[in-house]
Design a protein around this ligand. Structure first.
Ligand SMILES: [Zn+2]
Length: 374
């Protein structure tokens, strides 16, 4: 859900954020620090909502700091998303040097800590026992916590990115830095899960805080794993072309083939996409989903040419295209394969999700283990 633009950057709210917002406002009003002050129920709820809104603004300020510094260093910003764990700034590109990466990551927690100090100063100014002073004191604590938590060196938290930049600077090897930072992040996440699990065992579920650690640790494990996969994939594709990662083109079907024959061929060969040729000219690509165009015809009544996607409507890549660009194209187009077609209009092969995953070192290891076990 898009709520607006700030400094030209779209701000999007995930539904989980509304839940956390309601929870923060409610707990502030009912069980939080305002309980101790003499307020009418209405004042308490109003103060809860205002404080929750300021908390929301604090998280947004943290993300804006990341985004504005990134943009100043030439990296365009897609959007800022606020969700249950805080926020994410979606950068359209990677920092080109270690100092830029470190600064983009560090400025978020720095903003939170500075905001925290400002709120504490306001709290002292208002007096800790007044309503405004209590709210400011609460926001001060929350912002300091937000800053410190994000500095935990667990990828993909800000602290993990700072660690990544430091190792990158140190080793002069970005990929090695990703591996080390990701491993450190995983150790950190497992420690969080273990700590949370022990605390839950000792104190029971009722306290809640133990489960919270398990939850955050598990989230970090997932996010760190995905980040690592992406880095490894990008690394394994460096210097490769579309031709290198394409699977060989399956045997083409002549234009006068009927749908039932094509279907049989797909089932037997396991190919989900087949080229359709007239003589030596590539007319189009027939995929499983093209059979939806059958309507109420039966497959043996329809020629493949009436079902296929014509070449002019197919997103294809040249054999010399950068492999990483083709992978991006595949995920953006939301299709199962990208045909690789040379300048003469001949099909070289298909880039599919499977043909990309085969490049992953991780995947090769897995396969090796499976075959050894068998
Ligand atoms: Zn951050």
């Amino acid at each position: 859900m898009r709520i607006g633009k700030i400094f030209g950057i779209d701000v999007v709210i995930n539904l989980s954020w509304l839940f956390i917002f309601a929870f923060v406002a409610w707990s502030l009003a009912q069980v939080g620090p305002f309980r101790l002050i003499d307020l009418t129920p209405f004042q308490r709820v109003a103060l809860g909502v205002v404080t929750a809104l300021l908390f929301f603004a604090s998280v947004l300020a943290h993300e804006l700091a990341h985004s504005l510094v990134a943009r100043a260093r030439g990296i365009p910003i897609a959007r800022i998303t606020l969700f249950i764990f805080g926020g994410v700034s979606s950068l359209e590109g990677e920092p080109t040097t270690a100092p830029i990466e470190a600064w983009i990551a560090f400025v978020g927690p720095l903003t939170s800590v500075v905001l925290g100090a400002l709120f504490f100063a306001l709290s002292a100014l208002f007096g800790a026992h007044t309503a405004a002073g209590t709210a400011a004191g609460y926001l001060g604590g929350v912002n300091i916590l937000l800053g410190i938590f994000n500095l935990v060196p667990a990828y993909p938290l800000d602290g993990g990115r700072v660690l990544h930049a430091l190792i990158w600077r140190w080793t002069n090897n970005r990929f090695r830095a990703t591996q080390i930072a990701a491993t450190a992040g995983r150790v950190m996440a497992i420690m969080l899960v273990t700590y949370g699990a022990f605390q839950t065992l000792y104190k029971g579920v009722g306290t809640g805080s133990g489960l919270w650690f398990v939850f955050i640790g598990w989230f970090l494990l997932q996010a760190g794993g995905a980040e690592r996969m992406q880095a490894e994939l990008a690394h394994s594709l460096v210097g490769l072309s579309a031709r290198d990662i394409a699977t060989a083109a399956p045997e083409a079907l002549p234009a006068d083939t009927t749908g039932d024959v094509a279907l049989q061929r797909m089932m037997k060969s396991g190919n989900r996409a087949l080229p359709i040729m007239l003589g030596d000219q590539l007319l189009g690509i027939l995929t499983m989903s093209d059979f939806a165009k059958l309507g109420d015809r039966s497959p043996n009544e329809a020629y493949v040419t009436s079902l296929m996607t014509r070449m002019e409507d197919v997103r294809s890549a040249l054999p010399s295209a950068d492999a990483l660009d083709v992978v991006r194209m595949l995920s953006q187009a939301g299709v199962a394969q990208i045909p690789v077609v040379d300048e003469q209009g001949m099909l070289v092969g298909f880039v599919t999700r499977e043909s990309i995953l085969r490049r992953l070192p991780l995947h090769k290891d897995n396969r090796g283990e499976v075959s050894r076990a068998a």
